[in-house]
Design a protein around this ligand. Structure first.
Ligand code: FPP
Length: 248
C-alpha cells in the first residue's frame, strides 16, 4: 500500500464481481455457495476502499439480464442482497457509509425495493465512502430511460433537440450526481464490460484480474490500485512530457 499516495488513489472504483459460480464449481460446491462467499468479498472490498480513501465504490450486484438465470439462482441472489442489507446496514451506517442504488427501480416485486430505499434513506446524510449498488442495472436500459425523459421534454416544448448535450444526457442517468469511474475492475479473467457503466466509463481505466470474485481480497484490491497508480491518463489529450516538448 506504500505506493498509494492520495493523489494516485482513484476517486471512483467500479467493480464487475464475476466468477462466483466458477469459484464454487472448482470446489465441487453449489453455485449459491460462491455467491455467499462473494458477499464476504463485498464486505472486505468496502472496508479496503474506505481505508484507501476511495470516495465511491460501485458494485455490479445484479444486472437487468440476470433475471434470465434459473429461478432458484435469482432467488438466491435476491436473498443474499436482502440479508446483506438487513444484517450490514447498521454497521455500514455506523461506519459513515452512504449507500446509493442505481438501476431500474420500477416493476420490482416483493420486499427488495423497500429495503433498497431504506438503505439509501438511512445513510443519505453520511459523509464517508459512497457505496453504489448497481441492481437491476443495464447501461443501455439506463441510457434509454434518460433518452425517453429528454424526448418527453422535447415533445412538451421544454427543450429543443439542439439543447441535448452530453451534460444533459449525463444529468438524466442514474449516476447524475456521482463522478465517472476512474477505474473499472472485472474479476475472473473475463475481459468485457457486459453493459456496465457504458456512458460513465468512457475514460475509465479498465483492469481485468484473474481472481474469481470470492478470492478478491484486500491484497488483490491493493495490487490493482498500485497498478492503476502507474497508468497514465490522457483523456484524449497529450501526455504531459509531450505537451512540454511541444511548448518548449
Ligand atoms: C457473478 O458471478 C456475480 C453475480 C452475478 C452476482 C454478484 C452478487 C454478489 C456478490 C452477492 C450480492 C451482492 C451484494 C452487493 C451484497 P457469476 O455467477 O456470473 O459467476 P460465473 O461467471 O463463474 O458463473
Amino acid at each position: 500500500m506504500n505506493q498509494l499516495s492520495p493523489s494516485t488513489v482513484p476517486a471512483h472504483v467500479a467493480i464487475i464481481m464475476d466468477g462466483n459460480g466458477r469459484w464454487a464449481n472448482a470446489r465441487g460446491l453449489p453455485r449459491a455457495m460462491g455467491h455467499r462467499k462473494g458477499v464476504e468479498a463485498v464486505r472486505e472490498a468496502v472496508r479496503t476502499a474506505a481505508d484507501c480513501g476511495i470516495s465511491y465504490l460501485t458494485l455490479f450486484a445484479f444486472s437487468s439480464e440476470n433475471w434470465n438465470r434459473p429461478q432458484s439462482e435469482v432467488s438466491d441472489l435476491m436473498g443474499l442482497l436482502k440479508t446483506f442489507i438487513r444484517r450490514d446496514l447498521a454497521v455500514l451506517h455506523k461506519q459513515n457509509v452512504r449507500i446509493r442504488i442505481i438501476g431500474d427501480k420500477t416493476n420490482l416485486s416483493g420486499d427488495i425495493l423497500p429495503l433498497l430505499l431504506e438503505a439509501e434513506e438511512t445513510t443519505r446524510a453520511n459523509t464517508g465512502i459512497t457505496l453504489v449498488i448497481a441492481f437491476n442495472y443495464g447501461a443501455r436500459d439506463e441510457i434509454a430511460r434518460a433518452m425517453r425523459a429528454l424526448a418527453v421534454d422535447v415533445a412538451a416544448g421544454r427543450l429543443t433537440p439542439g439543447e441535448i448535450t452530453p451534460e444533459r444526457i449525463a444529468a438524466g442517468l442514474d449516476t447524475a450526481d456521482i463522478p465517472d469511474p476512474d477505474l473499472i475492475i472485472r474479476t475472473s479473467g473475463e475481459e468485457r464490460l457486459s453493459n456496465f457503466l457504458l456512458w460513465q466509463g468512457a475514460y475509465a481505466e479498465l483492469m481485468f484480474v484473474p481472481e474469481f470474485w470470492p478470492d478478491f481480497s484486500r491484497d488483490t484490491f491493493l495490487s490493482a490500485l498500485s497498478r492503476y497508480a502507474m497508468r497514465e491518463r490522457r483523456f484524449g489529450g497529450l501526455q504531459p512530457a509531450a505537451t512540454l516538448a511541444v511548448g518548449s
